[in-house]
Design a protein around this ligand. Sequence first.
Ligand code: NAD
Ligand code: DAU
Length: 349
Amino acid sequence: MSKKILITGGAGFIGSHVVRTFVKKYPNYQIVNLDALTYAGNLENIQDIAASDNYRFIKGDIKDVAFINKLFEEEKFDAVIHLAAESHVDRSISHPNEFIETNVMGTANLMNGFRHSCNGDFTDKLFYHISTDEVYGSLGKTGLFTEETSYDPQSPYAASKAASDHLVRSYGNTYKMPFIISNCSNNYGANQFPEKLIPLFINNIKSKKSLPVYGDGKYTRDWLYVEDHAKAIDLIFHKGIPGETYNIGGFNEWTNIDLIKLLCAQMDIKLNQAPGTSEKLITYVKDRAGHDRRYAIDATKLNRELGWKPTVTFEEGLSKTIDWYLENEKWLSNVTSGAYQTYYKKMYG
Ligand code: NAD
Ligand code: DAU
């Protein structure tokens, strides 16, 4: 069946993998990628599918109400898969308002545009909101986040995502707008902007710069290969039940320091360096303000109800990710020139 789908944030890290999956797998769909091309958005991420017949890119800002309303009125989308967001916790600590404006107001603008363009008839329509496990707050040594865990966001980023999740559910309840929300754990893979842990550390090892480990390094995250997230989004979009929430995770917990040591060991092999060379770059630095100690997702519901499970092991995914960054020097140097240098100096001195 043909569908016209708006994917927001499709020039970013996860969005580019989602756009590629949909464009390649569903030639009958019309995929419209809306992205403001902020520092994190990059058309190089999707240049391989840019000329596809079933794909269009529109540069635009989800904060721009008039633009969004006109877009929905003209295009009459059947569905929205909403990934556009400010997504980096450290930036949310220094500039919280940008997160509130994009993640909260931007999401409301999209839902208002969608609702009005549907004109009360939501038959076969869907607003699919992509969210994060950070809305649940921080775990102690044990336990997992389930879909029933209460929201307890701790950073401005997490709070802005939690607020947008609440808004989406409220539109479902109040206006009967069909929606799905999925909350995913930490993603890694190709095309991730080198401000997040894994690509930042790959780039720093390459350039022989120090590896800034926050606090004691014993913070824990649950890592998922980005293509497995894109597959989960495809499955949930097609088979998920409107009104439901699905947690997505890798069943793959690592303390930061253990992960960094594994990354260092793999980098030494790939760069033909003596074992231990990269580890010497590890430097413990001041902790992130309000740093969440541990995240871990229970993705049992998604496995039980829709049959999803991660397909890529961490060692394999990490190796593929490192190879991608080593093979894509130009991508890395393009995104790390200019404004990146200013950001880096401000963050790490
Ligand atoms: P990203 O920062 O790499 O990409 C975000 C994209 O959104 C960029 O292309 C950017 O240009 C675009 N964008 C930002 N503000 C915009 C605006 N006002 N209007 C239009 N476009 C705008 O982020 P990501 O890591 O790919 O995350 C995508 C989504 O997935 C986010 O909603 C994030 O909260 C969620 N998420 C991310 C992770 C993760 O580990 N990265 C995990 C779970 C959920
Ligand atoms: O859990 C899902 C979330 O994962 C997503 O919603 C966010 O968009 C995404 O950015 C990510 O958030 P984190 O804060 O967990 O990711 P980040 O890569 O920034 O940090 C991972 C861990 O590494 C965290 O404990 C902080 C630590 N860290 C990070 C950086 C950038 C360091 O020790 N040093 C660093 O320089």
